[in-house]
Design a protein around this ligand. Structure first.
Ligand code: SF4
Ligand code: SF4
Length: 350
């Protein structure tokens, strides 16, 4: 494994150099808090911001995305035939993300990039993206990442992992994409592998010690879907929910979307927009029937999907990286850690 030392005095110059080949995204603070945004040429990532309200999900899966176009002009060849919309999939790097947000991409990949089906929009954007994470040295109070198999220095899904050493960044290069990106920045001060790994291990252990929040997921697998579905706690959990959808929009692993067609004069466009299983409209059929018409059905679906269906289907843990964003953002304090505890410890009463 290769490690590079980056003097912070060279950081801005280096990432500016990389703009010749890469579009850049990174943490920026605005009136809504810290968001991961496209960095225009005069904007630098704010590497001091660990608590991004939103993850890097939108870099690969935009909130609104044109996917197909058709001309309605009958004088044009191929009119009324949908064609894939032109999208820029040139290389992009997303800098300074929380490490487990890249792990979240790997979980989402299980849905969008399968043996039988590939979502071309998501796959092309994912392929074009380099993920540069920054190890979290001071985890927040909502972070329960270590108990779900990720953590503040999790490397899964990352191309480069940075550790902040005050005057320098120590960069661990994790993939050929990461290698190409650091080369494009001109970062090439290779340092000793053994010493660097030892330093990473110390920082990781220190950070992990500060994570006090945990969930237990060890018994979820052995429960049957039916017993959890029929458990008596769902009404209580759902009672306060206002179906705002915030928990799903901030979640790096939520992938629900809706398709909408719009026409403007002779041009038709098909869009894909983020949607949420918490909205009654999400499942309402054209007939008016809604298989998840009540709030309790929708709340149950969100937690059953994350903590049971996903676990059973893929056998790769739960559909949650423990970032705590949904806990922090829910206006009525519905807490996935508590729901997970209820599900994991549930015993059906005869
Ligand atoms: S953020 Fe809270 S209130 Fe809003 S939909 Fe999610 S659980 Fe319900
Ligand atoms: S803590 Fe909440 S927002 Fe974060 S990954 Fe888990 S479900 Fe999603």
């Amino acid at each position: 494994m290769k490690f590079i030392s980056i003097d912070k005095n060279d950081w801005t110059r280096g990432i500016d150099k990389s703009r010749e080949k890469y579009q850049l995204f990174g943490p920026v603070k605005d009136e809504n808090g810290c968001l991961i945004k496209k960095l225009e040429p005069d904007v630098q990532p704010d590497m001091g911001l660990h608590e991004s309200v939103m993850s890097a999900k939108s870099v690969v899966f935009p909130q609104t995305e044109k996917i197909l176009n058709a001309s309605l002009d009958e004088s044009i060849e191929n009119h009324h035939i949908m064609q894939r919309a032109k999208t820029d999939y040139s290389p992009r790097a997303v800098l300074g993300i929380r490490p487990y947000d890249a792990k979240a991409m790997e979980l989402v990949k299980l849905n969008f990039d399968t043996k039988d089906f590939k979502d071309p929009y998501w796959c092309d954007a994912y392929e074009a993206t380099v993920f540069v994470g920054l190890g979290i040295t001071k985890p927040g109070p909502f972070d329960f990442s270590t108990s779900v198999g990720t953590g503040p220095f999790c490397e899964d899904g990352l191309d480069v992992l940075l550790a902040d050493l005050d005057d320098t960044y120590l960069a661990k290069i994790l993939s050929p994409k990461g290698e190409a990106y650091t080369a494009a920045c001109g970062f090439n001060a290779i340092v000793d592998e053994k010493e660097s790994q030892a330093l990473f291990d110390i920082l990781r252990k220190e950070a992990e010690k500060n994570i006090v929040s945990q969930v237990k997921i060890d018994k979820l697998k052995e429960k049957t879907i039916l017993e959890l579905h029929e458990a008596d706690f769902w009404d209580d959990i759902a009672f306060a929910c206002i179906n705002c959808g915030t928990c799903t929009y901030v979640c790096p692993t939520c992938w629900c979307f809706d398709i909408q067609d719009e026409t403007k004069q002779k041009q038709a466009t098909r869009f894909r927009n983020w949607d949420t299983c918490m909205s009654p409209l999400f499942t309402r059929h054209a007939t008016g029937h809604n298989p998840r018409g009540t709030k309790v059905q929708r709340v149950r679906q969100r937690f059953m999907h994350k903590l049971k269906y996903f676990l059973d289907k893929y056998d790769q843990g739960i559909m949650c990286v423990g970032c705590g964003r949904c806990v922090k953002s829910c206006p009525v304090n519905i807490d996935i850690r508590e729901v997970c505890h209820m599900m994991n410890s549930y015993e059906k009463q005869d």
